[in-house]
Design a protein around this ligand. Structure first.
Ligand code: FES
Length: 327
C-alpha cells in the first residue's frame, strides 16, 4: 500500500510506493521540492517531519545534527515513508530560485525523428542531476561548440534530459549531433535559464501554441502539467512552416488517444507570412471562444510570437495568463 504525503505550507500531496525516496516520489509528482545532489551529500533536501514515520533507505554522508534530528529533520533523498506523513519543506515557486548548474552528461540515445531533427537523450550522473522547471533552456556544448536548447522533457525525470536538435547549416553543435556523436559520449549541460515555466498552482485549462521547434518547451510543459494532474484540459496547436515541422506528431496523437482532456490540433503553412499566422489564430479563436479561461503558453519564432500575442490579448486573454518564449 502506498503512503500519502502532505507538504506544508503548500498543501501539495503525493503518494510514495515501496523503496522510492520521498524526494523521488515528490519530483515524479511534478513538485519543485528543494534538493541538490539526490545522494545524501549536500543537505539541500533536509526537511522536517511534522507527523508520521520515515525509514532510511540509503546511505548519507551529510550529517544531520542531533538537535535537528530531535526536531524531526531528515534528508528526503535518503528516506522513504513508513506511514502517512506530513512534511514541512521548501519548494521553488519561481524560476529564479533554481541555481545555475554545470553537469557533464552522457548520451543515452540519439535518434533521427526526421531527416532534419534529431532526438538527443542525455543522462546525468546519478549523483548530479539537473534541477529545472518545465519550459526552461540550457546551453549544450561539445568542446568549444555550444548552442542553447529548450529542454523537451519533464523535470519529474531530472536524470533523463531530452532535446530536439534541428540540423541548421552553420550550427557547429548540431553538426556534431548529426555528424558523429555516439552513445556514451559526453555533452556539457549548463543552466537552466528562462522564465517560460508552468504556473503550477493554477487549475485553469491550458492552451499551448507551438510553431516549428517551439514544440520542445511546450512538450516539457505538457508532461509537467500531466504529472501535476491539475489542469482541467490541455489544447495543443502545433503549426509547422518548415519541412518535417511536426517531427513528433505521433507523440502528440498518442496522448489524444490516451486522455479525454487532451486535444491536439495539427496545422500546416508554407511560411511565416502574416496571412498564414492570422489564419491560424482565426482558427484558434473560432474553436476556443472563451479564451479568458485559459493559461496560454506560446513558443516559436519571434514573428509567430508577436502575431499570436496580439491576437490573444485582443480576444480576451489577460496578460497575466499569457506566457511566451522565442525559440
Ligand atoms: S539532495 Fe543532497 S542530500 Fe539530499
Amino acid at each position: 500500500m502506498p503512503n500519502s504525503v502532505l507538504l506544508q505550507p503548500s498543501h501539495h500531496t503525493f503518494l510514495v510506493n515501496g523503496a522510492d525516496s520521498l524526494l523521488e516520489a515528490g519530483l515524479r509528482a511534478g513538485l519543485a521540492m528543494n534538493y541538490g545532489c539526490s545522494s545524501g551529500n549536500c543537505g539541500l533536501c533536509k526537511a522536517r517531519i511534522v507527523s508520521g514515520q520515515v525509514e532510511k533507505i540509503r546511505h548519507q554522508d551529510y550529517v544531520v545534527s542531533e538537535a535537528e534530528k530531535n526536531q524531526g529533520y531528515v534528508l528526503l533523498c535518503s528516506h522513504t515513508a513508513a506511514s502517512d506523513l506530513v512534511i514541512e519543506v521548501q519548494e521553488a515557486n519561481h524560476a529564479n530560485e533554481i541555481q545555475l548548474q554545470e553537469i557533464d552528461a552522457r548520451v543515452k540515445e540519439i535518434k533521427l525523428l526526421t531527416d532534419k531533427v534529431m532526438l538527443l537523450h542525455l543522462q546525468t550522473p546519478r549523483t548530479n542531476r539537473l534541477r529545472f522547471m518545465a519550459g526552461q533552456s540550457v546551453a549544450l556544448s561539445i568542446g568549444d561548440d555550444a548552442s542553447d536548447y529548450a529542454i523537451a522533457s519533464c523535470p519529474c525525470d531530472d536524470r533523463n534530459l531530452q532535446f530536439n536538435i534541428r540540423n541548421i547549416p552553420g550550427n557547429a553543435f548540431a553538426a556534431h549531433v548529426f555528424g558523429g556523436l555516439r552513445n556514451n559520449d559526453t555533452v556539457n549541460v549548463y543552466g537552466p535559464v528562462g522564465e517560460f515555466v508552468l504556473k503550477s498552482e493554477s487549475t485553469r485549462p491550458l492552451l499551448l501554441l507551438a510553431c516549428n521547434s517551439g514544440f520542445a518547451p511546450i512538450k516539457s510543459l505538457i508532461e509537467h502539467a500531466m504529472s501535476l494532474e491539475r489542469a482541467k484540459s490541455l489544447h495543443l496547436y502545433w503549426l509547422a512552416t518548415v519541412q518535417e515541422g511536426h517531427y513528433m506528431a505521433n507523440w502528440c496523437r498518442s496522448w489524444s488517444d490516451a486522455l479525454d482532456n487532451y486535444h491536439y490540433h495539427e496545422l500546416l503553412a508554407d511560411s511565416l507570412q502574416a496571412s498564414n499566422l492570422d489564419q491560424m489564430m482565426a482558427q484558434v479563436i473560432t474553436e476556443q471562444p472563451n479564451l479568458s479561461q485559459f493559461d496560454v503558453y506560446v513558443a516559436g519564432p519571434s514573428r509567430f510570437i508577436t502575431n499570436a500575442r496580439t491576437a490573444l490579448l485582443q480576444n480576451g486573454v489577460p496578460s497575466a495568463q499569457l506566457a511566451s518564449a522565442v525559440i
